[in-house]
Design a protein around this ligand. Structure first.
Ligand SMILES: [Zn+2]
Length: 143
């Protein structure tokens, strides 16, 4: 019974990820994904490692890779180092930004350098997009 329930949870989660990635690949010309630091998080057998897996990140990325290829959407996977700590407005790493494990609980913060208020995830997403766009710009030969 428990096995069946777990299988059902797994299937409905997989289904949700499929719907999400299909829509993403179909609706966008470019998707930039941060390379989740799986090694540092998953090697220590912590609850954090489990939640990283539970979030379905690896499956999500795997699906995006083949669905983007099929839909003609460009997928860039970039190094996401410092994207949580860096202010997407002034590009500085202020004393007030979330850092390390201690900073994981911080959902919002104000940049001590420029005073901009950030939602943690939106700020990181803006920085990840900027890294992806920078990479693309560098790849375009100048005239
Ligand atoms: Zn700032």
């Amino acid at each position: 019974r428990v096995k069946a329930i777990h299988a059902k949870i797994k299937n409905s989660r997989l289904d949700a990820i499929h719907k999400f990635t299909t829509k993403l690949a179909k609706d966008n010309a470019l998707i930039v994904v941060g390379d989740v630091k799986s090694r540092s998080f998953t090697s220590k057998k912590t609850n954090l490692a489990k939640s990283t897996y539970d979030a379905g990140w690896f499956e999500l990325k795997r699906q995006l890779e083949y669905k983007c290829k099929y839909a003609g959407c460009q997928l860039e996977i970039v190094n996401e180092s410092y994207t949580t700590q860096t202010c997407s407005h002034c590009l500085k790493i202020s004393d007030s930004s979330p850092k390390g494990r201690a900073g994981l609980g911080i959902r919002g913060w104000r940049c001590a350098e420029c005073g901009t208020w950030h939602d943690r995830d939106i700020n990181a997403a803006k920085n990840i997009l900027a890294v992806g766009l920078d990479r693309l710009a560098e790849g375009i030969p100048s005239l």
